[in-house]
Design a binder for this molecule. Sequence first.
Ligand code: S3P
Length: 176
Amino acid sequence: MRNIQNLALVGFMGTGKSSVGRLAAGLLQFEFVDTDELIESQSGLSIAEIFKNQGEATFRQLEQQVVQNLSARQKTVIATGGGLIAAPANLAGLKTHALVVCLWASPEIIWERVRGQTHRPLLQTADPLGKIRELFDLRDPLYRQADVLISTDHRSPREVVQQVIHQFHLAQKQSQ
Ligand code: S3P
């Protein structure tokens, strides 16, 4: 039997984890946390600075620590960085206390959503769409190991959050 205290949102960059997570937290009257924001406030550095000065491997270690520290939480919506569940231990850790919902989008839609933004170090390359496709192919099988998969293509955060909340209530009922 699962112990579902929290709601975790995983998925690729640009799938709306933070916007949907904030809406979900408001509707559920839960606290909202974002793993990238926790890392930034704990380290005093932006994600871009951590990647630049300390490298991606250090960032991934910080993500792992944050996941471990979340296990005692209750009534919290957790938005995660897009690469967090690339480490299988992170997905397993989240599942011990949260329903893990993956927000899914196709690479082309992701590109449309993130193309004007500059804060994601992994996309600061000559061919960002190519990078999205490459990471997407690697990660898609991992995202599909979430408890629930919700497509966000052609849907607004408000439409997506209704489905997320519905799934969360169902899972909570089943876990009681
Ligand atoms: C990353 C996604 C980012 C952030 C970092 C790495 C990734 O989070 O954690 O830039 O590896 O996909 P968002 O998914 O919130 O953009």
